[in-house]
Ligand binder design. Structure first.
Ligand SMILES: Nc1ncnc2c1ncn2[C@@H]1O[C@H](COP(=O)(O)OP(=O)(O)OP(=O)(O)O)[C@@H](O)[C@H]1O
Length: 308
């Protein structure tokens, strides 16, 4: 059984207007996406800013309400659960946020920050709690004395490690990582990503990895869903997406990855021009007469694309 099965998920934000602030329209942030996460895999959600990646992650963890659709976690629909029932799953699904500084309470020391989820869910004595927090802090590569320090006393990479320790405290099954390294220096990004891969094995974690950066997604993910305006345009294994992209939008995203090798830059510029021409010439293959994406069509067991 898949760990998480998302079925036709929609999240629409109401737009209110007029004197009575009535709902006059809605933003279709997520407009019918479906995907599954298998235990132990890393699934990447990728797309440009505003395509609905964060909203999808927040709906799964319960920070945004789903307008419709299913989110089956180990077969149980999170979307239909009441608050109290859903709380049980808070232990199993945790989130790591983009900006480790604003997601950690600056007035609390590391001990309180990491102990907070434990206090909410486990009845530990002060000593047991201290031991557990110390183990977690060491596991994420920080010194034992770190627990008495405050977030501003750490570097960005270290703060993200504190966020990870906090997410790990309840031994979750699924971690939703929303742009976990975008706020970090490039030199630190690789360290944090490699560390996330290391703990994935140790803690048996499944990741839903959200990023606009295809380079990072390629490094981290087994399978990838490409989002565009609240919908999927393509889904496949990392290899299928990178080496055999089918949708013009996926091709565009891949061609936009900066080329480090100066000899290949010219080649890449030509590729981008060719894709732009394809976009104009073949528009009807990818979008219907109202400019909407088609539904995903299966090309193989693992590869699907939204084409006519
Ligand atoms: N609370 C909200 N109320 C109204 N519209 C919202 C709200 N949050 C997000 N949106 C809109 O929903 C759409 C999707 O936003 P979302 O943040 O999920 O995208 P994203 O792909 O994660 O982008 P980014 O990488 O910039 O965070 C955008 O058009 C955004 O403006």
């Amino acid at each position: 059984m898949s760990l998480l099965k998302v079925n036709d998920l929609k999240v629409h934000y109401p737009i209110r207007g007029g004197f009575f602030r009535r709902v006059v329209d809605s933003v279709r942030a997520v407009d019918g996406i479906s995907f599954e996460l298998q235990p132990g895999e890393t699934y990447g959600l990728v797309g440009e800013s505003g395509c609905g990646k964060t909203t999808s992650g927040r709906a799964i963890i319960g920070l945004n309400k789903a307008t419709s659709g299913e989110m089956l976690f180990e077969g149980k629909d999170l979307a239909k659960m009441r608050r109290a029932e859903r709380r049980k799953y808070t232990k199993d699904i945790q989130m790591i946020f983009q900006d480790p500084y604003s997601s950690l309470n600056g007035r609390k020391n590391v001990l309180s920050i990491i102990a907070e989820p434990l206090r909410n869910f486990e009845r530990l004595s002060a000593k047991e709690e201290l031991i557990k927090v110390q183990e977690l802090v060491e596991r994420v590569g920080l010194s034992p004395e770190s627990i008495y320090k405050y977030p501003h006393q750490f570097s960005g990479g270290q703060r993200q490690r504190i966020g990870i320790a906090r997410a790990l405290a309840l031994r979750p099954k699924l971690i939703i990582a929303d742009e976990p390294v975008s706020a970090l220096d490039v030199s630190v990004q690789a360290q944090v990503l490699n560390f996330m891969q290391e703990i994935q094995e140790d803690f048996n974690l499944t990741y839903l990895f959200i990023s606009h950066d295809l380079g990072i997604i390629q490094h981290m993910c087994d399978r990838i869903g490409i989002m565009y305006r609240g919908r999927f345009v393509e889904e496949g294994t990392a290899d299928e997406i990178y080496n055999n992209p089918q949708h013009v939008y996926t091709k565009r995203l891949i061609a936009a990855i900066p080329e480090m090798n100066p000899e290949k830059r010219f080649e890449k510029m030509h590729l981008r021009q060719a894709i732009n021409q394809e976009y104009q010439k073949e528009y009807n293959t990818y979008f219907d007469k109202d400019g909407r994406m088609f539904d995903l069509k299966k090309l193989s067991d693992t590869h699907s694309v939204a084409m006519q």
